[in-house]
Design a protein around this ligand. Structure first.
Ligand SMILES: [Zn+2]
Ligand SMILES: [Zn+2]
Length: 295
């Protein structure tokens, strides 16, 4: 049985998070991070006096008090000085990226591709309840939904934000192939399930992280896109598959460029035909992402 992380909060976790609750402590973490970047050296250390100079505080005893709150969890004390721990480094990334800030929405933007459930080319990219979504305006199905951190929207136009999701989804899939959680790098458990909408079924790979409970579901056909024969085949037909966002990939499924025939649900086995020009490539998917070329 899985432990429900949300009901068993260790006191160490509470203390670690509360130890961050002061501006001077965040300044200390950022100063160590700046030193790492300036020296282009991870694990760069700073002496007590170097660090003290970087923090807006008048008393060494107060500075020492705040520094001590971070030691062990976020900062390590070595014979050369102080440096960030792994978690200290992750916290500085969160502060700098503004991950905790609320999302800036953008105007709904039409995107190419077709709805996998109603076949209509009626897709729109939108931000709803702080989530990025690709929605079908014809049947109202939501085809893609994901978090939109502030760092992903800052400095990008709406079109560039949408493009960045295309690449994020493919890179996410690559990590999931190796059972690596894209959020915390924990071990992923995989399963195949059926998603029903508007009377149409879509086979999906369901990926659950054992460590952080993150769940990612993706169409089962994404697995074939990483087979070398498919990448080469599509390249020959001037179709840059891994530069094609998932919602445009859906159009291949609805237009029968990619045709899937499920042979067995448990364990999952399916034949996939990819037809371009007058030629067809036949592949087999077993489980959630094992792909072999048949012909
Ligand atoms: Zn639709
Ligand atoms: Zn995880």
């Amino acid at each position: 049985m899985r432990v429900d992380h949300s009901t068993q909060i260790d006191q160490d976790v509470v203390e670690a998070i509360s130890s961050l609750g002061h501006a001077h402590r965040l300044q200390i973490l950022l100063a160590l991070d700046t030193a790492e970047r300036e020296h282009q050296k991870p694990r760069q250390t700073m002496s007590f006096s170097e660090l003290y100079k970087e923090v807006d505080i008048d008393s060494t005893s107060q500075f020492s008090y705040h520094l001590n709150q971070l030691i062990d969890q976020f900062i390590t004390e070595t014979s050369d000085g102080y440096r960030l721990t792994y978690s200290g480094n992750k916290i500085t990334r969160v502060i700098l990226s503004g991950l905790y800030e609320s999302v800036v929405p953008f105007d709904d933007t039409e995107v190419p591709g077709s709805c996998i459930f109603c076949d209509e080319p009626a897709l729109v990219a939108t931000v709803e309840t702080e989530l990025f979504r690709i929605r079908c305006t014809s049947c109202d199905a939501i085809l893609v939904t994901d978090f939109i951190p502030k760092s992903q929207s800052r400095g990008r136009t709406a079109e560039e934000i949408i493009d960045s999701y295309g690449y994020r989804i493919w890179s996410m899939f690559l990590q999931l192939r190796g059972r690596v959680c894209p959020e915390c790098f924990g071990l992923i458990d995989k399963d195949v399930d059926v998603y029903e909408q508007n009377g149409k079924s879509l086979y999906i790979s369901v990926n659950r992280c054992r460590e952080c409970n993150y769940i990612i579901t993706l169409p089962i056909e994404m697995a074939v896109a990483f087979h070398p024969s498919v990448i080469y085949w599509c390249w020959r037909y001037d179709l840059p598959l891994l530069d094609t966002p998932l919602w445009e990939f859906f159009e291949y499924l609805t237009s029968d460029v990619i045709a899937t025939e499920v042979l067995d649900e448990d364990p999952f086995v399916a034949n996939v035909e990819i037809t371009l020009g007058d030629q067809t490539l036949n592949l087999k998917i077993e489980g959630s992402d094992s792909v072999t070329l048949i012909s």
